[in-house]
Ligand binder design. Sequence first.
Ligand SMILES: [Zn+2]
Length: 316
Amino acid sequence: MAYQYKVWIADGKEHFEYGNKQKKKKDLPFGTSLMELLYLDAWAYGELFDGIGKAIMDLYSSKEQRYADEVVAALDMVVPKHIYFELLRLEWQERLGQAKRQNYENIVDLLPHKELTHIPSNLHTMQEQIKTLFAHVLDLDTSPKESVQKKMVRYYNYRGSDRLNTFQFQPQPMSFEVIDRKTFTEVLYPKNIYDIIDYFVRECVKREHPMRICKNCGRYFAISGRTDAEYCNRSIDDKGRTCKDMGAINLWNEKRKDDEVFKVYRREYKKRFGWIKAGKIEQEDFYAWSEKAREEKARCDSGEISLQEFTEWLGR
Ligand SMILES: [Zn+2]
């Protein structure tokens, strides 16, 4: 194999090192790449992978270089979408290089086109399986309050044989070695992108990493630090604001609304209280009104009626 792709975890970060002669290095906070994969729109690449499959079949029959170039160009387009696809490109560049050296003769086994065309549906299946696994085992809100070990045993005893819906762990090509002359750790040498997914899912489980669905975007995020975190760090608009930022803004808006509701309520209350002294209404009428006003205020606080509606009610 002319290329290399290595994955390991150290100092709370996931590390990738890949390439042919020149190696690229990248590190991300632990859990980042798996979370990105979990919400990658796999179907959006369906057509692209179908196109690659078709180009490979054309290569089988025509043995023309331009179809190999087409495959490479299409893979170049998927690579920026996710770091795991770097492995896919390296692997297929090598296969295509070998195919070229044998003048595209007998290349059907060397270039299994279905391995590529099945990627979107395989990814989609795995995304759903991983979310289900998280919900049963690592999700702080939906999984039982007991050890991850116990939850894994129960889940796999009951659901492990459901190969469609339950994530299926596979044997992994692991090494154990010195990295950068300073860390001794387990290192994954993935055969394919599914090995990388498997590796990170099992690391989340082994590390008993708590997860939660973000209150703003509805996506899983790995909780680091405070377990009461409700929002993730994904940026959700072009200003680079994150769900956490939006959470703070929403909270502030809610508080501001509460203040506003209280203000209009108090103003009206004081006014009507003044009416008793002025002899405009009876004390009894005032208390009847204030009881009803408190009910309406509660409806407004809970969002059942708007501030506008509450203000109008008060003004009647
Ligand atoms: Zn979020």
